[in-house]
Design a protein around this ligand. Structure first.
Ligand SMILES: [Zn+2]
Length: 336
C-alpha cells in the first residue's frame, strides 16, 4: 500500500507544481512557516478538515482531539493539544483558533472542549472559531460561544466550505503538526491523522488523560478488520538537500533554547524518548526525527488495545511503518 501512496504523492507533487498559486506556497514553505490558524480536529476528520476549510500548505498548524471525546485540559493533553498550541504561540500571525465538531456531537462535549481550549495560555486573545460540520454535505455553521469571536473569520470559513474527500478508515497517519505537511492521500481517499510535534505519541500512562482516550480510540478502530489496518508514522524534514528540517525535531536537539510552561516539557520528552533509540545524541535533525518515529512505534505497541490486537494475531510488522515526507513537496519516501 505504501507504494501506491508514494505514487499518489508523486502525482500530487507534479499537479501542485503546475498550479501557480500552490507553487508559490511551496516556495514560501521552503523558507519557513508562519501559519495564520491553529486548528484542532478529531482524528477521523483531521485530513478532511483541510479540504473542507480550504486550508492549503502553510495555512494552519495542527493539534488533535481524539474522535468522539472532549478536548482535555492542557495538562491532561500535553502531546495532542498543549504542545502544538504552545509551539503555535511562536508564530506572528494569529488570525484564529479553529475547532471542528461533527454535527451530532452533544452540547456538553462542545462546551467542555471550548472551555479547555481557552485554558491554554498561548491561545489567549486569539479569536476562537468553533464550527459544527456536516461532513457528508460539506457544510459548516459557526457555533455561538461566550469566548473571543471574530464573525468575519467565521463567515469566511462557513462560506468557503467544500465537501471533503472520502475518509479511508483503514489508514491512520501520524504526522507533525507543521503547517507545511499534510497527511498523504491513500488509494481510497484521505486517511485518519494524529498531528503532534514531530509526529510523536506518548506511552500509555494508565491515568485519566489523552493516552486513555487514545487507547479507547485504538480499541474501537481495531475492533473490525484489524489485520487490514495500517499506521504510518510520517517523519519530515532534512531528508533531501535544502529541505527545511522539522522544527520540533530541531528544538529537541537545542533544548536550552526552548521555553514555555507547555512547550518545554513536550520537547524534553521528545529528546528523552528519542535518545533511547539513538547511538549517542543524533547529529542531524533527520536522524533525530527517525528516532522519534521509532520511540512512537515502541510506545504505541504497548498500548493495551494494540498489544491485545497483537495477541489476537495482528502482525505488528504489517500494522506499523515509518516513512518520510518532504516538507516542501509532500513527497513520501520509504526509508533506506
Ligand atoms: Zn515537524
Amino acid at each position: 500500500m505504501i507504494n501506491k501512496m508514494t505514487e499518489i504523492s508523486d502525482k500530487l507533487e507534479r499537479q501542485r507544481k503546475d498550479d501557480p498559486k500552490l507553487l508559490v506556497k511551496m516556495q514560501v514553505a521552503a523558507q519557513g512557516q508562519d501559519p495564520r490558524f491553529f486548528i484542532v480536529s478529531q482524528i477521523h476528520r483531521s485530513t478532511q478538515d483541510l479540504k473542507l476549510l480550504g486550508l492549503e500548505q502553510g495555512d494552519a498548524f495542527h493539534g488533535t482531539r481524539v474522535s468522539g471525546c472532549p478536548l482535555l485540559s492542557p495538562s491532561k493533553s500535553p502531546v495532542l493539544f498543549a504542545g502544538p498550541a504552545a509551539y503555535n504561540g511562536n508564530f506572528l500571525q494569529k488570525d484564529g483558533v479553529v475547532i471542528t465538531f461533527d454535527i451530532d456531537e452533544p452540547q456538553e462535549r462542545i462546551h467542555e472542549s471550548l472551555v479547555n481550549l481557552t485554558e491554554h495560555p498561548e491561545l489567549s486573545g486569539i479569536p476562537l472559531i468553533a464550527l459544527s460540520v456536516d461532513y457528508g454535505q460539506g457544510l459548516a455553521q459557526a457555533i455561538g460561544h461566550s469566548f473571543h469571536r471574530n464573525r468575519d473569520v467565521e463567515e469566511m470559513f462557513v462560506s468557503r466550505c467544500v465537501k471533503p474527500e472520502r475518509c479511508d478508515e483503514s489508514v491512520l497517519v501520524l504526522l507533525c503538526s507543521d503547517s507545511r505537511v499534510h497527511p498523504p492521500s491513500t488509494p481510497v481517499g484521505v486517511p485518519y491523522a494524529i498531528q503532534t510535534l514531530g509526529a510523536y505519541v506518548s506511552k500509555y500512562t494508565g491515568a485519566d488523560d489523552e493516552t486513555m482516550q487514545l487507547n479507547d480510540f485504538f480499541s474501537g478502530w481495531l475492533s473490525t478488520d484489524a489485520s487490514e489496518k495500517r499506521i504510518l508514522i510520517v517523519e519530515h524534514g532534512g531528508f533531501t538537500q535544502e529541505e527545511p528540517p522539522c522544527g520540533a525535531g530541531q528544538a529537541s536537539l537545542n533544548l536550552h533554547q526552548v521555553k514555555g510552561e507547555f512547550l518545554r516539557p513536550v520537547i524534553e520528552i521528545l529528546h528523552r524518548e528519542a535518545l533511547r533509540f539513538e547511538d549517542g545524541i543524533s547529529k542531524t535533525v533527520k536522524d533525530r526525527v527517525l528516532a522519534i518515529g521509532q520511540a512512537t512505534e515502541h510506545n504505541l505497541r504497548n498500548y493495551p488495545a494494540i498489544a491485545r490486537a497483537q495477541e489476537e494475531g495482528v502482525s505488528m510488522e504489517s500494522l506499523f511503518q515509518i516513512v518520510t515526507m518532504d516538507t516542501v513537496t509532500g513527497r513520501l519516501s520509504e526509508i533506506g
